[in-house]
Design a protein around this ligand. Sequence first.
Ligand code: ZN
Length: 455
Amino acid sequence: MDYQFYDTYSNTKKLFTPLDPSNVRMYVCGPTVYDYAHVGNARPVVIFDVVYRMLQLKYGQDHVCYVRNITDVDDKIIEASNSLNEDISTLTERTTKYFHSDAEYVGALKPNFEPKATDHIAEMINIIEKLIEKDHAYEAKGNVLFAVNTFKQYGKLSGKTLEDLIAGSRVEVVDYKKNPADFILWKPAKENEPGWDSPWGKGRPGWHIECSAMSEKYLGQTFDIHGGGQDLTFPHHENEIAQSECCNDKKFANFWMHNGFLSIEGEKMSKSLGNFITINELKDKFQGEVIRFNMLLTHYRQPLNWTEKSLQESKKILDKWYKLLGTAEQPLASAKELISEIMLKALADDVNTPQAIAELHQLYKAAIGGNQKALDTFYNSCKFLGLFNSTSHEWSTRQNKAVKIDENLINELILKRNTARSGKDFPEADRIRDELLNMGVILEDKDNQTTWKLK
Ligand SMILES: [Zn+2]
């Protein structure tokens, strides 16, 4: 079955033909790790997980390479580290674990590679040096900037001209830039900021160069699909294209796939509106599959309106589906040949998940009427979409595998344990340590300080 994906770069739905069917390559921009992921962050995690599963089905599990990076150096991280008074690497390691726990919660498969930006500084410096050599970049006051007017196609992905960008003042105007739209490849590290030695002094990379370097290292100079949220189109992806194509004189990615925005109860999600929802806090009320299913009800390119009502409805549907699973004679046959062709056809048409789910409803109806073949197809199709990861019993008793992280509770327990220890009540201290361990939290005592991490 042929796949068609909508390519943002050409603004058309195109037939997907990989460069090399024995090594199909996809890069998706991952999180900047300094806090819990919100539901908007989870949308690309779920959507590109479906794309990954589709690619694996068609080309074979061992013939798809999915890379999703971790941005662990960034202004926001430095800010958070200062305000929390927490070491940067402790903060990024801790919040990377949150991200992993959330991704697992919503049923996303692990990517093949998950490179961290700080492990690839040398590769970034290498690209920047090449760009300077080719006159696409210049040094100014310890910064290295990309000269946008050296790249004719700049703005093509986001459909903007240089004039639009400057007039819209979406670019930072500073005196050392040759053109106000030039963007940072490398910047000097201020005192107490993380920095690496480079030909331009101690500094750190700009955000965009991170993805150019990591995608090239794991996927090569040209690869099949580059994905991410629509909000990344400009400037992030536009700048990635400029850097990589000018450095290598080759097309960067053959397909650009972007998921649409997510709003909460019809409003833009923002901390100031107080409608910021993290995946971690949803764990109290909803199983991960409810979150996943609710996300897939909307086509990935459409704006998604996240509402409590829709989550409740998604939960009701899955409750009903799991009930059917519980009444079926176990174990059900499991085979990829049993996945619904109609559902796959819907997915093959630019990942049409609402259409795919409509087919699941049809299969459910047939299965509940006692049709065994429909039940097998229903089961395998749901599995393919990343559902039915629990047994019917686990589902009804809400035995979720992922751990809900309640920092306040953890800190409270650590405090109690320390009080017990200083009062020499060691049995109580040990009991609290075990209680935390049961929650998936491991304590470490060092230099009179107790830190914690997830199992
Ligand atoms: Zn990126």
